[in-house]
Design a binder for this molecule. Structure first.
Ligand SMILES: Nc1nc2c(ncn2[C@@H]2O[C@H](COP(=O)(O)OP(=O)(O)OP(=O)(O)O)[C@@H](O)[C@H]2O)c(=O)[nH]1
Length: 570
């Protein structure tokens, strides 16, 4: 990664430098061309000046010659024109020929001196012709001195012109060479740039490919991480829900309410599945559906434990439509459904079954089943604990001999019922039942026979009451009946019915019949301002009175006329 980056950096710098140099070639070439053009113009100017000097000198010679031969002034016209211009043309030549080379300066000096000499000679010939005639001039011309100067001028002009031509050729050649070099440089640098750019493009493509791969890897890692986080969050939520369900189920509540709470949490924890909870009676009896959830909740209301492979094998049993071992309680097989039987086992005992129904192709099937198993363990434990608590509570409130409610329960119920009666403006009647001469039964027939009488009497009392009433064993051979929403007269009527039923009750001890009677004392809440203590005392007083009157009778307490005797009904 670092190596590629350094290569890219150096490659980029190299391309930039080469391109800068290449870009410098056109302006440099322009400078060269401009210099050569200026130099060529100067060469041309010098050649022009040399030609002008040469031509003016010829004009002067021609005019002088015509006048000398003819004596006619008109022939002097070119001569005059040349004489007027030539001296200044000669004076300007040194400024044009500035090359310090010895040969050029020597030729220039020769040209200037010979041209001036020749000009002076021509002027002298014209004046002589005018003053002395043709013959005098002819003598001077015949010395050929003039011709000598003209030839020297021609030689100097020719040689100087040659030098300038050579200079122009050199300049042109130099320019050609520079332009060739520039073109060559441009070509080479362009090729190098192109090669470098190709190389850089390949490096970049590789780097980009690597970056893309790394980005894809990073994306994959991040997605996996997000997946993991989501699963973790889900698991946390599930654990938190399971914990909450367990905490809620620890609260004292009826089994139906506990089952409803299980249903709510199953619905929340297993939202993609339908299901039902079946509970047994603790024995071999059928299991009954006590809670269900979801669109495809199992419809079977109850089934025998032997109809379920899960219960028979005491382990989770999965069955699809084409499974060989299908439980009868799962009903008609549906393609695509997976029926799962999860036994609810706690403290080693089978409590019931969770029947779960889910999509066979569900992606999270295994996770769902694992969660369902955890829920089942939790539900089984919670329901078993609730059941145990219920049983313990029942035991703590029941008399073990008769199965009736005990004194603790009686006091608690009486307190609640009196409060309710006060709120609803109704009455609660309390009936105290005391078996007559029970000591004699014990003494004559033994304690076991006494217990049998107590059990039989308790059973009779329990079945004689409404479900809202309660029969309690107060202690020994004393019983208390709590009759909510019952006036004194009805209570007396009920007590008398029980008295008669008890009288008719056939209890035997080793084949011998045991006769049992009881005395009944009745008190009503409206006479004691709903005070449980007073109510109990009043009923107790009435029983005492029943005993006093000879037993086997019902006495109603008259608290309003406390000083009066309690009234007797039997
Ligand atoms: N078998 C048996 N006897 C009990 C039990 N609890 C109390 N007893 C007996 O019940 C008898 C009550 O006798 P008492 O209080 O004299 O009353 P009673 O004999 O019924 O006489 P009255 O009430 O006046 O008719 C006692 O002998 C107790 O030992 C019990 O759980 N089982």
């Amino acid at each position: 990664m670092n190596l590629s980056f350094s290569r890219l950096k150096f490659g980029g710098i190299a391309v930039a430098v080469i391109m800068l140099l290449t870009a410098a070639v056109p302006p440099l070439s322009l400078v060269w061309v401009t210099e050569v053009r200026d130099a060529s113009l100067r060469v041309e100017d010098r050649l022009q000046a040399l030609r002008q000097v040469q031509e003016l000198l010829i004009d002067a010679e021609t005019g002088q010659r015509g006048y000398v031969i003819t004596g006619i002034e008109e022939f002097l016209q070119p001569y005059h024109a040349a004489i007027a211009t030539l001296p200044s043309a000669l004076d300007q030549l040194p400024a044009r020929f500035t090359d310090p080379s010895a040969r050029e300066q020597e030729l220039l000096r020769s040209l200037l001196s010979n041209a001036r000499e020749r000009l002076a000679g021509l002027t002298q010939n014209v004046q002589l012709r005018r003053t002395s005639g043709f013959a005098a001039v002819q003598t001077i011309i015949s010395t050929a001195e003039g011709k000598h100067h003209s030839d020297a001028v021609r030689v100097a002009v020719a040689e100087l012109s040659g030098l300038q031509e050579a200079l122009r050729a050199t300049l042109a050649e130099d320019l050609q060479s520079k332009i060739r070099s520039a073109i060559l440089f441009s070509l080479v640098s362009t090729l190098i740039s192109a090669a470098l750019l190709l190389y850089l493009a390949r490096l970049m493509a590789r780097a980009v490919g690597r970056e893309e791969r790394l980005a894809a890897q990073a994306l994959g890692t991040s997605e996996a991480l997000e997946h993991g986080m989501q699963a973790l969050r889900r698991r946390n939520d599930e654990i938190s829900d399971l914990g909450e369900m367990s905490r809620v189920l620890q609260t004292e509540m009826p089994m139906a309410e506990a089952l409803d709470i299980c249903r709510v949490f199953c619905e929340r924890l297993l939202p993609t599945a339908s299901g039902a909870l079946y509970l047994g009676d603790g024995g071999d009896g059928p299991l009954e559906r006590r809670a269900s959830w979801g669109e495809d909740a199992p419809a079977t209301a109850s089934f025998e434990p032997g109809d379920c492979w899960g219960l028979r094998r005491r382990q989770t049993h999965q069955q699809s439509a084409d499974s060989a071992l299908r439980c009868a309680h799962c009903g008609t097989a549906h393609s695509g459904w997976l029926d799962v039987c999860l036994p609810l086992i706690a403290h080693g005992g089978e409590l019931g079954l969770m029947h779960l129904r889910l999509d066979e192709q569900a992606a999270d099937r295994e996770a769902l089943l694992s969660l369902a198993q955890t829920i089942c363990e939790q539900v089984a434990l919670s329901l078993s604990n609730a059941k145990l608590r219920h049983e313990l509570r029942e035991q703590s409130l029941r008399d073990p001999l008769t199965g009736l409610h005990n004194r603790r329960f009686m006091e608690e119920m009486l307190r609640k019922e009196l409060q309710r009666a006060a709120r609803n403006q109704t009455t609660v009647s309390l009936v105290m039942v005391d078996l007559d001469n029970f000591k004699q039964i014990n003494d004559r027939h033994g304690h076991a026979a006494g217990d049998a009488v107590l059990r039989a009497a308790g059973k009779l009392l329990a079945r004689s009451l409404r479900s809202s009433d309660a029969a309690c064993r107060f202690g020994g051979e004393e019983f208390v009946l709590i009759l909510p929403n019952c006036a004194k007269a009805q209570a007396a009527q009920k007590a008398d019915q029980i008295r008669e039923a008890l009288l008719a009750l056939v209890i035997t001890d080793s084949g011998k019949p045991l006769q049992v009677t009881a005395s009944f004392g009745i008190a009503c809440s409206d006479e004691v301002n709903d005070d449980p203590q007073l109510l109990h005392e009043a009923a107790d007083g009435a029983v005492y009175e029943a005993k006093r009157r000879g037993r086997n009778c019902v006495v109603i307490s008259e608290m309003r006329s406390r000083q009066q005797q309690p009234s007797e009904t039997a």
